[in-house]
Design a protein around this ligand. Sequence first.
Ligand code: ATP
Ligand code: MG
Length: 417
Amino acid sequence: MRYSKLFGKTVRDFPKEEVSINAKLLIKAGFIDKLMAGSFTILPLGFRVKEKIEQVIREEMNKTGANEMLMPLLHPKEIWNETGRWDSAREVMYQFKKENKEYALSFTHEEVVLDILRKKISGYKDLPVKVYHFSTKFRDEPRAKSGILRGREFLMKDLYSAHLTAEDLDKYYWEVADAYLRIFKRFGLDAKIVEAAGGVFTDAHTHEFQVLCAQGEDTILYCDCKSNCDCKFAENKEIASVKAGDKCPKCKDCKIKESKAIEVGNIFKFGTVYSQKMGVYVTDKEGKRRLLHFASYGIGVTRMIGTLVELFHDDKGIIWPKSAAPYQAHLISLQSGEKTDKIYEQLLAENIQVLYDDRDVSAGQKFADADLIGIPVRLVVSPKTENKVECKERISDKTEILELAEILKRLKKDQEV
Ligand code: ATP
Ligand code: MG
């Protein structure tokens, strides 16, 4: 992509009212635009990051045998009345009336999934079901001030699973938890599985995936897990049975620490609560009618974008992990375009994802914008590099002058991970 043709360039006038680092950097670098508090456009650069994140999630979800689909966002009141959530979740739900009929905008999809299941599932042979989608959620958030970490409209991956038995559900639940840890690891995030409350979803405990970060809105208490300890004890402060400095109740050895954290995912084991409310039964081998066992699993896709920026940046801008970067390489020309044009064409021919700053602006501006945008590898072509190319990683200060063939080899290797 030629930068001159990209819609959504770096922004000079800094959004002064923004307090969060993620919104400041993402707006300034041209990844998102703010319509109002909690409501953002994902511009073309940001869209590529979103696609990268979704692809990693998709690969890991598919490995668990889940099927991707897409569910509607406009829901009739009746379906929410079946579980009582039209009233109990009124605070977060956008509800409205149009010509005597009442609707809600989707804040989650349990009711919709169970409605599909009761139409499509008859016997145990149809189970288990594992379905997911990437789509928008609407929530009337009272404190939409953390930039893209907390939207009133945001993107989520939500997976739902239905099983004949509690044991089968439990097995898959932990399989998904493992898949979640793999997903976060692929973005360089060390997520902790934290026991937490269920909010408007359930009275039972749930498991959140929390990433330590001073800017997070959650507070967690967790085992410091020194050298040989792998107990991984962690609780959300909202339900915590311990406090900072206590001895860990699980390993009975290490100390409990307290930290702010960002909730990047949450999984919920509902058992038969929802299927009972909605009357979703299946016949087992013996011909007996049984209630479905049901669970749901969410990852905040737009919140992931914000989390990566909160954790991976410096005073110059964003530092994308390779797995989420909008492009692999940022090509800069410091001389007449022809030679760089040729290198750009060669990179494209080798399927390297490259952003080419072909503008007629100062070298200083090109370098500053490259640091702000945060693409992992910067390539510079100048009279000084002769027939070679200067190569620098965003995370390092070291520059190397390399043959294009060597650079291609490295960038190809990056695509393998
Ligand atoms: P929070 O406690 O932060 O309000 P939640 O517990 O209500 O979130 P869940 O229903 O568990 O959220 O949603 C699943 C995932 O969706 C969360 O783990 C989070 O990553 C993401 N998410 C939830 N609310 C928002 C929001 N308002 N903006 C962006 N992402 C969100
Ligand atoms: Mg949650």
